[in-house]
Write a protein that binds this ligand. Sequence first.
Ligand code: GSH
Length: 315
Amino acid sequence: MAKDHSVTQHAGSDGQFRRQESTFRSTIAPGTEHPPEKGRYILYVALICPWACRTLHVRALKQLEDIIDVAVLDWQLTEKGWTFNRRTKEATGDPVLGKQLIREIYHHDDPDYSLRYTVPVLFDKKTEKIVNNESSEIIRILYTAFDELLPDGSPAKGKTYLPAEHAAEIDELNGWIYDKINNGVYKTGFATKQEVYEAHVQNVFDGLDRVESILSDGRQYLVPGAGLSEADIRIYPTLIRFDAAYYVLFKCNIRSIRDGYPHIHRYLRNLYWNYPAFSDWTNFEHIKKCIQGYSSAGAANGIVPHGPVPSILPL
Ligand SMILES: N[C@@H](CCC(=O)N[C@@H](CS)C(=O)NCC(=O)O)C(=O)O
């Protein structure tokens, strides 16, 4: 059996949080161990998690709701990791193996697995194996792997969010947005030394300043020529959680999006209000509860912060 690590410890002795490399990195393709098949795969997710939600947004954009199943975990990251507790109406339990904890899914595949038990997990119900636990790869799998199963005439068929002619530009944005914003908020929030926190919080706001300046020409998408693209899909889950969660929980509070970044705020509300694939899979209740979930040992005292009110402003 794998030895346990501490789920609640995120930073090393130098006060720095370093995200581990995901280890399940297979794909879904015809003729492989994991061929595309309706109803064969399930995504294990927590709705508080931005990495998991990017896979849900793509699942919805690609109209794969009838093809790939979803299991929603409880909102709280406990000392045993994510659980299948069913305290909210969204929580599904584990419909495949009937497990109680996400770590049991990992150990079902690999009894020796001893790294972090993260979501999302893309799981093959037939082989009972984890296909992939890296969201940036899962979304790319979803762009194409199931296209042959989509009905003819479906606008999602053949639609990729990484068009070849814009791939380099999207990758360039992904690189620094990951470092400064997506992962930047975690590096800030999990820092356990003041000077480490100070450096990272500045980095987050440098990143937001840069995004604000890109969007200041009024564009609706980060790469206008590509329309909605992976760059937007990857930044959205962090931006939508920013004021409700990261501003409070991770002390990313130099400015809020709502009051400090008019162009990002406009851009974010456009994505939320005009794309059900984003809003349907944005659950502010779970997002706000995560503050309680992540801070059980800290000053949160089990209280879920009330604001911001409303959770998102109208367009
Ligand atoms: N590289 C992974 C990161 C996923 C990740 O860190 N998920 C967090 C939730 S937001 C998690 O499950 N954390 C549990 C833990 O670290 O114990 C991905 O993008 O898929």
